[in-house]
Structure formats: C-alpha cells, structure tokens
Design a protein around this ligand. Structure first.
Ligand code: IYR
Length: 227
C-alpha cells in the first residue's frame, strides 16, 4: 500500500457572515465593472513597488500541478519599449492590411483600433507575460508543465484585477506573432509570449468606446433543484 507522504498545513480560511460575503461580493463586482481597457495612456510614472505587489497577487493564481508556469517581464526602459513598439507595429501593419479577414476587421471597427501603437512607448510599464511550456531543472533536465496556457491566463487575469484595484489602467495587447518578445527580452524559447499588458494611468482626456457588458442571464445558466 502506498503511504501518503504529502506535507499538509492548516488551511487558514477566514469564515465570513452571509452579510459580509454579500457586501464584499458586491463591492468587488462593482470595482470590476468600472474596469475598462484603455488606449490613451499618460506618461506619468508609477512607483515600481505597486507593480511588484500586483505581480505578487498574480503569482498566487492556481496552476496545473502547482508548476506556476509563468514569467512576467516588466519593462520601463524607453529604449526597450521603443524596440517592442517597432516590432509590434510591423506585425500590426501586416494584420490590418492583409492578415486579418474582413469579418475580424468588422468586429474591431467599433473599438477604433489600428496599427499605430504609441502607448507601447508612452505608458510607464509594459508587462510581457510568458507561459513556460517547459522548465530546465537544476540538473539540466527538461521538465514539462501542464495546462500552461490556462494557468498563465488565470495569473494574467489576477494581475489585471490587481492593477485595476491599485488604481491603474491596463490594455491587453496581443500582436501576433509575438516571438520578437523572446528575442528583445532574452527569454528562452521554452517560454511562449502570451500577451503584452500596457500599464499606467489613463490620459486625463482618455475616452473609451461605448460598449456594454452581457447581463448575468446572458453569461450564465443555473442548474438548480426544482422546488
Ligand atoms: N492585435 C491587434 C488587433 C486586435 C485584435 C483584437 I481580438 C482586439 O480585441 C483588439 C485588437 C491590435 O492590437 O490592434
């Protein structure tokens, strides 16, 4: 019989009253309803300590076999941001002029996006999220990770929520392909660039498209016992 050798610790779970649960669930949903993807970024600097704390929240995400298969490359260096902008815009020009099918361009039209990405240079931080398909362990062996895209995407969701909670705006940017990020940021090819987050304060004059969110009824179905 296999003996169970896993080491456990107490859960340290804080029980809340129903009233408090409701109140916290409501404040969080209201906070998140006010999050909007921003494209007009100010160049006002943001203390790095805030980014560090938000990254720690991101790193608390669940992951396949607890491999934590993510890496966040934080860029504030103007020269590197300029390089990233140059490479991203090359891909975006391709996308908008030939790669994207008409239905995709039609879907993007209400958002007013185009290949010009000044925010990649202007915003104080870019955070390139990499998903680690493998890691090379200390003995030099290749160790496979599991549910890599799912895990790194959950961590990125945590990060976006943490940054918003801290009073910062984000833009989820996905130039495709993004291989140039490995080269510019000297990340190993065992890591796949997942997305590029643009982080900072919005410009005072920032405006956003007038879009709506789907209702609870549209996004959910409840399968409950009938009384
Ligand atoms: N990566 C391009 C195109 C783009 C695609 C989707 I899907 C968006 O929601 C927004 C943009 C760009 O960043 O412009």
């Amino acid at each position: 019989m296999p003996t169970n050798t896993i080491v456990t610790i107490p859960l340290n779970f804080k029980k809340l009253s129903i009233e408090e649960m409701k109140s916290r669930a409501d404040s969080f949903q209201s906070l998140m309803q006010h999050r909007r993807t921003v494209r007009d970024f100010s160049n006002k600097p943001v203390p790095q300590e805030i980014i560090d704390l938000c990254l720690q929240a991101a790193g608390s995400a669940p992951s396949g076999a607890n491999r934590q298969p993510w890496h966040f490359a934080v860029i504030s260096d103007l020269k590197i941001k300029q390089q990233i902008r140059l490479e991203a815009e090359k891909e975006e020009v391709e996308f908008y002029t030939s790669r994207a099918p008409q239905d995709w361009l039609d879907a993007l039209a209400p958002l007013g996006t185009d290949s010009d990405k000044p925010f990649l240079e202007r915003a104080p931080y870019l955070i390139a999220v990499f998903a680690q398909k493998f890691i090379i362990d200390s003995a030099g062996n290749k160790q496979k990770n599991y549910y890599v895209t799912e895990s790194a995407s959950i961590a990125t969701g945590f990060l976006i929520a943490a940054l918003h909670n801290a009073g910062l705006a984000t833009l989820t940017h996905t130039p495709s392909p993004m291989k140039f990020l490995n080269q510019i940021l000297q990340r190993p090819l065992t890591e796949k660039p997942l997305m590029l987050l643009v982080v900072g304060y919005p410009e005072d004059s920032a405006r956003v498209p007038d879009i709506t969110r789907k209702s609870l009824q549209e996004i959910s179905s409840y399968h409950v016992e009938s009384s």
